[in-house]
Write a protein that binds this ligand. Structure first.
Ligand code: ZN
Length: 290
């Protein structure tokens, strides 16, 4: 105001008493005044939850089915509230793992039965698996269980897990729900390992079908050879996933999670440099590394 006066312009004194009231200045139609009081400020989080509530209900139901199948209880029980919360907590922990999103994606897709070709999205092969497996029904859960547990290619990946654990055989819930199979296995390590296993199974499933379709006219003898080739490729893929993870430097924010991982931990071990810095290294079974 002082600046405007300095320029020599006349400025009218403001008189609050002369200012019209808001209700006088804005003529609000009577039918709108009945609506205006109902308008409130909705937080973004609440608004998003409201708009996506049907998708949330659907996702929760699929997660419950996934947990039941992981525990071998599909059709024979209900998911406890605690088990459902545990999966949600695991997904949140995996989200914060310092690795690329494409390596985490498999857990999200598998959890909602969304792996195309393994029953997801209703996409499944009508014929039998190259290993000979023929689903007895049309439920997508059979295809998921086969591709990510029972198929010989998936079993080859499971044998890598067993080798890494010194002979201990992990159960399906350990892998699908990323639950450590023993107290000696740190949770953060097992989460990386289980994700590597799921990705290796998906890699093997995809490659098995791809090469099988290319040679549909081949006989059973070739199918067995193909299974061996793909099983070895999936096993190598599993270890390459772990190697890739440890080759990246840990961010400072993740160091506290890894400081309890010892220097002789299965699959992934820690090393402390002369400068006191923590780094990771793959701990491969002797039989494999030699
Ligand atoms: Zn199979």
């Amino acid at each position: 105001m002082q600046v405007i006066r300095g320029l020599g312009w006349a400025v009218q004194q403001a008189d609050s008493q002369q200012q019209p009231q808001l209700s006088q200045r804005i003529q609000v139609p009577a039918q709108q005044t009945a609506i205006l009081p109902t308008i409130t400020v909705v937080p973004v989080r609440a608004g998003t939850a409201y708009l996506t509530r049907s998708a949330t209900v659907e996702r929760t139901a699929r997660h419950q089915t996934y947990v039941l199948q992981a525990k071998g209880m599909l059709g024979r029980g209900r998911v406890s509230r605690q088990a459902g919360q545990h999966l949600a907590k695991t997904l949140a922990q995996v989200w914060r793992l310092p690795m690329e999103g494409k390596r985490k994606e498999i857990l999200w897709r598998l959890g909602v039965d969304g792996v195309a070709g393994a029953g997801g999205h209703g996409i499944q092969f009508s014929g039998r698996c190259p290993c000979g497996f023929q689903p007895s029904g049309t439920t997508s859960h059979q295809h998921r269980a086969h591709a990510f547990w029972d198929c010989p290619v998936a079993q080859a990946v499971r044998s890598q897990l067993s080798d890494g654990l010194g002979g201990l055989t992990p159960q399906r819930e350990h892998v699908w729900l990323l639950q450590p199979p023993s107290a000696a296995c740190q949770r953060v390590v097992w989460q990386v390992v289980a994700l590597a296993a799921l990705n290796a199974m998906e890699y093997g499933r995809s490659r098995l079908w791809s090469q099988h379709i290319q040679s549909l006219n081949s006989g059973d003898q070739y199918a067995s050879v193909l299974l061996g080739i793909v099983s070895r490729a999936a096993s190598n893929f599993f270890w390459s996933e772990i190697q890739d993870f440890v080759s990246h430097q840990l961010p400072c924010s993740a160091l506290s999670l890894w400081q309890h991982v010892g220097s002789n931990h299965p699959f992934i071990q820690t090393r402390v440099s002369v400068h006191g810095c923590l780094s990771l290294a793959m701990n491969c079974p002797v039989s494999r590394s030699s």
